[in-house]
Design a protein around this ligand. Structure first.
Ligand code: FES
Length: 110
């Protein structure tokens, strides 16, 4: 089961911008890439580094710690296999940004 949590407004996240939000102690980074909103866990699956300040190349996010790259749309690394970054469904509804998170991570909102 998942729950939808409001994490701010679309106005706060213009194209090219990112925003860090917290849901039940979990840190989630939102990206607006050319008008598409994406949400990923702010914890690199390699060694847990924060991804909030990682460089974006298109939809590829580079971890600032060791340089692994993840597609923020899918959470996957380029090529087959590899580590997978947790992504969250996110949508804009009536100007609000709404993220779907597993129930265990959804007891509060940012
Ligand atoms: S912690 Fe992200 S690449 Fe190592």
């Amino acid at each position: 089961m998942s729950r939808e949590v409001a994490v701010g407004t679309l106005d706060e996240l213009a194209p090219g911008q990112r925003k860090l939000v917290f849901v039940d102690g979990r840190s989630i980074v939102l990206f607006n890439i050319a008008g598409e909103i994406h949400a990923v866990d702010n914890s690199c699956p390699h060694n847990g580094a924060s991804l909030a300040s990682g460089a974006l190349e298109g939809c590829m996010l580079r971890c600032p710690a060791h340089g692994l790259r993840f597609d923020v749309r899918t959470g996957c690394m380029p090529g087959a296999g590899g580590l997978s970054l947790t992504t969250f469904p996110v949508r804009a509804e009536g100007g609000k940004l709404v993220v779907s998170v597993a129930d265990s991570a959804a007891s509060s909102q940012a």
